[in-house]
Design a binder for this molecule. Structure first.
Ligand code: AMP
Length: 288
């Protein structure tokens, strides 16, 4: 496995690989890898000749006062996990390599970026789409894999790829969870043992809404009450948003159907966690 830190070196290797008629899979990450990232790599490994994982804590997608400086980092551990998943290249550029002085070009997806995390984190998706667009241009992937854990991010990237005619297949992968239901996230490392238990309120909210939906409840106001109750019960958990939206347009819904997305962001102490489910998705059972 190769570690590449230079944009030029990465792009040259990619152009050469594509020139030889080989396919490239890209798994963009911010590092501190876990089994959720591993599932994306596993799928990429099966589907392409060259598997590239980028590790870049992208300053452009963090707002002022967010956790950019304390975001967990462990390159040695990440290298071991990536190697075990059969990654060929880790692309880990520095911030100055990706945003050299004079940088002033941004990619902005309009309406899909506005609600949910876009409303709580102004500018976040502009940072995400810009860096992903740059990664596509540098790594020249045939396909790129993203987790449904960041559902809105996946929707925004699909939109960007279609709107800009980028020749990349976007693959969305299911949420990987801990055995007790907590969605895996690098930010789970911030949780104290006490808050780790409280964090289960997110997956509990999802499970209760799914149970009510499967039992025939279609009124979003009722489903909303049922889900919120689980967060309120976890003392000290603070809802940032908990919303039922159409899974394609991300518009708010009053009546739920199989394509309704329940998306939530909850602060447990100082740690902000997100989770989601599609109400009609039978596969959204707790799994590891
Ligand atoms: P991150 O390093 O958090 O930016 O995540 C990199 C990629 O891994 C994104 O496409 C995420 O959606 C995906 N990912 C993160 N956590 C999970 C998870 N628990 N299950 C599946 N994919 C995930």
């Amino acid at each position: 496995m190769k570690l590449i830190e230079s944009v030029d070196e990465m792009q040259q290797l990619s152009l050469q690989t594509r020139g030889e008629g080989k396919s490239i899979a890209l798994v963009p990450t911010m590092g501190y890898l876990h089994a959720g990232h591993g599932s994306l790599m596993h799928e990429g490994r099966k589907r392409c000749d060259l598997l590239v994982t980028s590790i870049f804590v992208n300053p452009a997608q963090f707002g002022a006062g967010e956790d950019l400086d304390k975001y967990p980092r462990d390159m040695e551990r990440d290298r071991a996990i990536a190697a075990a998943e059969g990654v060929d290249v880790i692309f880990a550029p520095g911030a100055g390599e990706m945003y050299p002085s004079g940088f002033q070009t941004w990619v902005d997806v309009d309406r899909l970026s506005l609600p949910l995390c876009g409303a709580s984190r102004p500018g976040h998706f502009r940072g995400v789409t810009t860096v992903v667009c740059k990664l596509f241009s540098i790594v020249q992937p045939t396909l790129a894999l993203f987790g449904m854990k960041d559902y809105q991010q996946l929707a925004v990237i699909r939109r960007m790829t279609a709107d800009l005619n980028l020749p990349v297949e976007i693959v969305g992968m299911p949420i990987v969870r801990e055995i007790d239901g907590l969605a895996m996230s690098s930010r789970n490392a911030y949780l104290s043992p006490e808050n780790r238990i409280k964090a289960l309120c997110l997956s509990r909210a999802i499970q209760s809404a799914l149970k009510a939906y499967r039992g025939g409840e279609r009124d979003v106001a009722a489903l909303d009450r049922i889900a919120r109750e689980q967060i309120v019960n976890a003392k000290g958990a603070l809802i940032d948003y908990l919303e039922f939206r159409n899974g394609a347009s991300l518009e708010l819904q009053q009546q739920a159907d199989d394509l309704t997305l329940l998306a939530l962001a909850v602060k447990i102490g100082t740690t902000r966690l997100i989770d989601n489910c599609m109400l009609g998705d039978d596969s959204q059972k707790v799994k590891r």
